[in-house]
Design a binder for this molecule. Sequence first.
Ligand code: DQA
Length: 136
Amino acid sequence: MKFLFINGVNLNMTGTREKGVYGTQTLEQINKEIAARFKNDECEFYQSNIEGEICTKIQQADCDGVILNAGAFTHYSYAIRDAIAAINIPVVEVHMSNVHSREEFRRKSVLSEVCKGVICGFGKNSYILAAESFKL
Ligand code: DQA
């Protein structure tokens, strides 16, 4: 299968920011582990802190499934939501942390409604579980 992993705002700081929440591994290290796990699949990794760039990447997606951790954009980006709704490729929303056990504002996602499913709370394994879900 062909997967596109998209990470949004501040996810490039993974490994150095809020280590108690997001762990000590960098995004690059996490992506390497994911690529090794799905070595028989094609994995593309993309990260941007810019909302419009994420929309463009979603619009241009050419794969079997998108795994999207939009970071804080999750909670308010109608632009990313519309980009997901505009394509015919399934998108799984992912969060490393359990957003429901944190601040109130993290409980609201404007993306979930247009996503195939949501996985949160399993750290880097949230990405792996999301990709696995496309194989069920
Ligand atoms: C996050 C959760 C978001 O609320 C937060 O803004 C992030 C990361 C997660 O992976 O747990 O940047 O998406």
